[in-house]
Ligand binder design. Structure first.
Ligand SMILES: [Zn+2]
Length: 59
């Protein structure tokens, strides 16, 4: 067996550690070209643009 904890982590300590594990809503900003809400620092899923250049082909 490799490295193994000497003591059991108590329910309280385990729950305190997991208090920070909740998912957070991603940071949404309006797209400068089509105004849809998109994730910041990512290409727009609606118009496929990033920094006013088309980087994803959209129909
Ligand atoms: Zn857009």
């Amino acid at each position: 067996m490799g490295a193994v904890p000497k003591r059991k982590i108590s329910k309280g300590r385990k729950n305190r550690r997991r208090a920070h594990h909740a998912l957070q809503a991603s940071n949404l900003v309006p797209c400068p070209s089509c105004k849809i809400l998109k994730k910041s620092h990512a290409a727009c899923p609606n118009c496929g643009k990033y920094k006013n250049k088309e980087v994803i082909k959209t129909d």
